[in-house]
Design a protein around this ligand. Structure first.
Ligand SMILES: C[S@@+](CC[C@H](N)C(=O)[O-])C[C@H]1O[C@@H](n2cnc3c(N)ncnc32)[C@H](O)[C@@H]1O
Length: 286
């Protein structure tokens, strides 16, 4: 099993806590758990999958919306899964690689398949087959909801007249350069992939990472932790051109000062939803 994600990301206990916080902050800024057009079409007890689920946090939010629903999370790695005893009985977590054909037992099983923040695991050529693959999990009339961030145009901004942004900018630009082969895809290409996979209609919703201004500092600190974890991983591996562990520690201190001075990150969150045609619609076209 090739785990591209592990090239750049770590799976420590602290990463699970970061992922949980990231899910909560993103939901706060997006303003919904499922797109309103999905909510309006779902039954009272929907069957919902969250693929590349990380800690399964999204499913707990979805369960708050639909206490009688069924919720299946999956990920290529169990590392961030909570112990099974900590999960409600209608939430299950299992192993699934989005780059491998989904087992037939999962075909047409779900009203919704949700995916979020898979970019670090994906090469440009991985997106289209993954969309086709995950579409097979949808019941006719079911929805694929996929959320990715445009970090190509991420900005390091001053929140105050005298904020300093140089360290936060240096860290983010270094990280973006390292994964630049990957970050142009997904947020920009998913509508086309969904169309090509036969989903219709496709809805694209875009929201700012700081739509709720009160979340700015928390979003910034959370996002920065990704780049710092990456820098530490490269230092530990001795990757050519990487910072040393001491340099990363110093940079973290300086980045923290930037954030305290009011510097923050801002980027766009893209939520792309596509619906699998119902069998009736398919027949009526024939
Ligand atoms: C940035 S985390 C996002 C987790 C979760 N979706 C969230 O929003 O918090 C990316 C997740 O994708 C998982 N992942 C990476 N490659 C995968 C693959 N090929 N198939 C399934 N999951 C994968 C990782 O293990 C990790 O848990």
């Amino acid at each position: 099993m090739t785990d591209k994600y592990a090239d750049n990301m770590t799976r420590h206990a602290s990463d699970a806590q970061r992922l949980d916080e990231q899910v909560d902050l993103m939901i706060e800024n997006i303003g919904y758990i499922l797109h309103p057009s999905i909510i309006s079409a779902l039954p009272k007890a929907p069957v919902i999958a969250d693929v590349a689920t990380g800690t399964g946090r999204f499913l707990l939010h979805a369960r708050d919306l639909y206490p009688d629903g069924s919720f299946d999370g999956s990920d290529i790695s169990r590392a961030a899964f909570p112990p099974p005893g900590d999960l409600p009985e209608n939430v299950t977590l299992t192993v699934l690689d989005v780059k491998k054909p989904v087992p037939e037992t999962l075909h047409e099983k779900y009203d919704v398949v949700n995916v979020r923040m898979l970019v670090a695991a994906m090469l440009p050529e991985d997106w289209a087959p993954a969309v086709v693959n995950l579409s097979r999990m949808l019941k006719p009339g079911g929805f694929l909801q996929w959320t990715e961030c445009d970090v190509v145009s991420i900005k390091q901004l001053r929140g105050r007249g005298d904020s300093s942004v140089e360290n936060i900018r240096f860290l983010q630009e270094t990280f973006n350069t390292a994964i630049q082969e990957q970050i142009s895809y997904g947020w920009s290409t998913l509508p086309t992939h969904m169309q090509e996979a036969g989903l219709h209609p496709i809805v694209r919703d875009i929201v700012s990472s700081d739509r709720i201004a009160d979340t700015r500092e928390r979003v910034t600190t959370n996002s920065i932790r990704v780049a710092l974890a990456w820098a530490r991983l490269m230092a530990a591996r001795g990757t050519p051109g990487a910072m040393t562990a001491e340099e990363v520690d110093q940079l973290e201190t300086n980045v923290q000062k930037d954030i305290e001075s009011g510097a923050y990150l801002r980027y766009d969150i893209h939520i792309i939803c596509g619906r699998k045609p119902s069998k009736q619609m398919t027949h009526s076209k024939l």
